[in-house]
Design a protein around this ligand. Structure first.
Ligand SMILES: [Fe+2]
Length: 299
């Protein structure tokens, strides 16, 4: 090969090499990861930052700007969870006062208690995302949806409180929901059984009678807010049911037997009626489960 052509080829090859080096040595722009972000957002203590951050995370995830790594095993080491504000002061459930729905303050106390549940519910959905690896992608997407809807509920209730001259943190609250989250950090099966399908399902039973009392007090705005929440909560319990049944199937467990065993093992509260059977059926409880519930109510 004539020397001039040889040099030309060498030059082209060297430029090509340089192009590859430049192209592949360039650090790729780092994409955020959903489960790592969920842990970060869980540690945020200000509810007015946490809620909008969750909504933004869902939007970015749906736009393909946040990736998902279901395999990584994350640790809470060095991260304080759950992040929560200095108020409300947490007290024993028996010490949370109930007041008459006839007064503005009485209704605010009730709505405050629900806002606190919603704040904890944002946290529990974020915890379900980061803590448990190796689930199908839909699992993480479902719980991100729950986290975003709980953030919306919290905002609805706090906006109501502010319109009445109050805000989140003004009254004491209890922490039963988060305590059950803490008890079930070692088992996703127990978490699905005892948090969404036990603790959160109680909301399906509790909300209609509360709505009736609020209607009697002519607080139709609060009744309407609780209807939005009730409709969404059916979906959240359904998500819990779906993943509980998935895990039972994977582990060859009978869902009714497994649930009873988990209630015993984790000392979960026994459900007491009256039950909202229609909402529970819509949330995916089977006829056999509803019959078992009916038996506990009548015995
Ligand atoms: Fe909610």
């Amino acid at each position: 090969m004539p020397r001039i052509i040889y040099c030309y080829v060498e030059l082209i090859l060297s430029l090509e090499c340089r192009w590859w080096i430049i192209r592949f040595n360039q650090p790729l722009p780092q994409m955020l990861e959903l489960r790592t972000q969920a842990l970060q957002l869980l540690s945020i203590s200000d509810p007015f930052i946490k809620g909008p951050s969750v909504l933004a995370l869902r939007k970015d995830f749906e736009a393909g700007q946040v990736q998902l790594d279901p395999q990584s095993v994350l640790t809470e080491e060095g991260v304080e969870i759950p992040g929560r504000p200095a108020t409300p002061i947490l007290v024993n459930p028996g010490l949370v006062k109930r007041r008459s729905m006839a007064s503005k303050e009485g209704r605010a106390v009730l709505i405050h208690a629900l806002a606190h549940i919603e704040f904890n519910a944002i946290n529990l959905a974020l915890d379900a995302i980061w803590r448990f690896p190796n689930m199908p992608n839909d699992y993480y997407q479902d719980w991100l949806k729950v986290a975003a809807e709980e953030a919306y509920h919290f905002d609805l209730l706090n906006t109501y409180l502010q319109s009445q001259g109050f805000q989140y943190g003004d009254f004491p609250a209890h922490n039963s929901l988060w305590e059950m989250v803490s008890k079930t950090t070692d088992s996703i099966l127990a978490r699905m059984a005892l948090v969404p399908r036990t603790m959160e399902s109680r909301g399906l039973d509790a909300l209609p009678p509360i709505q009736e009392k609020l209607a009697q007090a002519h607080d139709h705005e609060a009744v309407a807010l609780l209807q939005i929440i009730l409709n969404d909560e059916i979906g959240h319990v359904e998500i819990g049911n779906r993943w509980f049944n998935y895990l039972c199937e994977q582990n060859k467990l009978d869902p009714i037997v497994a649930y009873a065993d988990l209630v015993k093992k984790y000392d979960a509260p026994k459900l007491r009626g009256p039950f909202n059977y229609a909402a529970r059926k819509a949330a995916g409880f089977t006829d056999a489960e509803l019959t078992a519930l009916h038996i506990t109510q009548t015995h």
